[in-house]
Ligand binder design. Sequence first.
Ligand SMILES: Cc1cc2nc3c(=O)[nH]c(=O)nc-3n(C[C@H](O)[C@H](O)[C@H](O)COP(=O)(O)OP(=O)(O)OC[C@H]3O[C@@H](n4cnc5c(N)ncnc54)[C@H](O)[C@@H]3O)c2cc1C
Length: 409
Amino acid sequence: MGDFTLELNDEQQSVREWIHGFAADVMRPAAAEWDEREETPWPIIQEAAKIGLYSLDFYAQQFFDPTGLGIPMTMEELFWGDAGIALSIVGTGLAAVGVLANGTEEQIGTWVPQMYGDADDVKVAAFCSSEPDAGSDVGAMRTRAVYDQAKDEWVLNGTKTWATNGGIANVHVVVAVVDPDLGTKGHASFIVPAGTPGLSQGQKFKKHGIRASHTAEVVLEDVRVPGDCLLGGKDKLDERLARARERAKSADGERVKNAAMATFEASRPAVGAMAVGTARAAYEYALEYAKTREQFGRPIIDNQGVAFQLADMRTQIDAARLLVWRASWMATAGRPFTSAEGSMSKLFASETAKKVTAQAVQILGGNGYTREYPVERMHRDSAIYTIFEGTSEIQRLVIARTLSGLPIR
Ligand SMILES: Cc1cc2nc3c(=O)[nH]c(=O)nc-3n(C[C@H](O)[C@H](O)[C@H](O)COP(=O)(O)OP(=O)(O)OC[C@H]3O[C@@H](n4cnc5c(N)ncnc54)[C@H](O)[C@@H]3O)c2cc1C
């Protein structure tokens, strides 16, 4: 721990400035337009691809940054620019991580590049786990994958919902049940390439915030994919299922469930970092506004009632970032989250973003309530952070279970 530091090194600082430049010059000016259009901002993704900011290489570099700060730094700057556009840019990463975590080298080499496309023909990918009756309760998943041995194909049937980039993706990563008796341990992930017969987009949702990000249902009707679209391969799946069946005989279901919840821990700091980005954007805007807006013959920041709010906002944002950086560093250093530090960072940062953006609206008064000023959009956008990748209640459940060792409900 002797070399522990919270300072970004020179390379990280220059990468951060580069992302910030794109966020400030390209994303922020386009944010209101794409929020109103409620469409995927393809031209902006293409701009990002042209400079290498939308590419497998860039995210892999940040992912493997030995300090663990590459991803949180990237997320914070992009989401500082605009949350909806940023999610359109990083949404593909969720699916890519699904393949990187579970796929064979060959699968990674084949599918991940197809998720991004190239600067002349950008593509996106979708990660499809949630279902209408299986949101927080992942164990209630119904989408089934059945192996057709004669043809060496998997047949998928079911309806996924809330999929970021669902239906418009070049590659869908679909989580499905292969053994219904094993709860979440009986799930497996599949690659479904675009244009596969039986794959279609259902309802596209009209949302409260992050409206530049496409969110839709994905319907799977007798979708057939080749055997090698099972991530990790059949042998590995069979071994894993056999082990899970053995364990299920001795362990109670609750412990099996807890283990599954823990696997999401590692990705949660990244969502915390997104929330920090939105919160910081709203705080900075409110600070400048409070310094220039005059009432009663003086800037409104001269009132303690306003200044103290800003002091609290900044304190909470910095605290949130520290929790995010701690969890990211722990994950990279291979330290186990013995106190659910990943969930803690996501819980605190997402609640902070909601609170801070609401305070920013208040500080801007009537202006804060209009679409003429960006804090209104940031406030709407921030509501997603306490919902996706596990709601705040589920984060508290994970933390409480981890701390107590008890199956708290
Ligand atoms: C914009 C957006 C994008 C998304 N992107 C994706 C994506 O790309 N891929 C994907 O697979 N999913 C995605 N999701 C789905 C997201 O992860 C789920 O919405 C989330 O997990 C919550 O599930 P739910 O909406 O079914 O809510 P529910 O699980 O029905 O929860 C409703 C409420 O009940 C509470 N609750 C539930 N269980 C408990 C409990 N045991 N104790 C206390 N409170 C509880 C919840 O905290 C919440 O407040 C996205 C969602 C949105 C809105």
